[in-house]
Write a protein that binds this ligand. Structure first.
Ligand code: DC
Length: 222
């Protein structure tokens, strides 16, 4: 029996940290679907293309080749043979990823790729539309929420730990505008599946969230 866990929620809510821990626990792979939108956005920006230029973005989305390699319970994504992990986790690429992800034809191409991963199973898929679009058949669907302020504070802490010097107000504004765009786009907007278990992480630490997810998973037959 294959295992499939869907973890959705807004930016900065802790989906990756939770998802990685859960994947380790079950010895399956964790996959961040947002990294595919970030990779596409990075490719678009590196060719000096405006991420809102729909036809140019769609053209690139049609051309790129996706590959995946598992390492320590994490599935790494490769775009045209490159895994640009160190270049995609910054605010500029995040903003552009949100824009390219709202272009319907580009989004469909990436969603079709992600659906294959869901069908193959033995994976924790983390994103915005896993429970609703990519894997509506998943038995375990988690939707994490936290106030924008709590998420901004966590992000500031993370960036400081990474040696950067973030401004809290800027991060908060960026989180709010990303939520707005992700929730209001026409195709696959950010929202919980009807059968998702919603967990508010504002006042929980990582271990407490992991335990709650494990509790939900243990109630399900795979
Ligand atoms: O999770 P993330 O911050 O790495 O995602 C980057 C952007 O990609 C996010 O603003 C919205 C988009 N995204 C999406 O539309 N659907 C997903 N399943 C994952 C991410």
């Amino acid at each position: 029996m294959t295992k499939l866990i869907a973890i959705d929620g807004p930016a900065g809510v802790g989906k990756s940290s939770v998802g990685k821990a859960i994947a380790k626990k079950f010895d399956i792979n964790f996959f961040s679907t947002g990294e595919m939108y970030r990779c596409l956005a990075w490719k678009v920006l590196s060719q000096n293309i405006d991420p809102q230029d729909e036809s140019a973005v769609i053209k690139i989305a049609k051309q790129v080749k996706w590959e995946y390699k598992a390492q320590d319970n994490v599935l790494r994504v490769y775009i045209d043979g490159v895994c640009p992990l160190d270049k995609i986790h910054n605010e500029e690429v995040g903003r552009a990823a949100s824009k390219v992800s709202a272009i319907p034809d580009a989004r469909t191409i990436i969603m079709d790729e992600q659906k294959k991963l869901a069908v193959a199973g033995n994976i924790v898929l983390e994103g915005r539309d896993i429970g609703t679009q990519i894997a509506p058949f998943a038995k375990v669907k988690i939707y994490l929420i936290a106030s924008a302020k709590a998420r901004a504070a966590r992000r500031v802490k993370q960036l400081k730990e990474a040696g950067q010097n973030p401004v809290y107000e800027d991060i908060l504004a960026s989180i709010i505008s990303r939520d707005e765009r992700d929730s209001n786009r026409k195709i696959a907007p950010l929202k919980p599946a009807e059968d998702a278990c919603i967990i508010d992480t504002s006042d929980l630490n990582l271990e407490e969230v992991i335990n709650k997810v494990l509790e939900v998973a243990s109630k399900n037959e795979w």
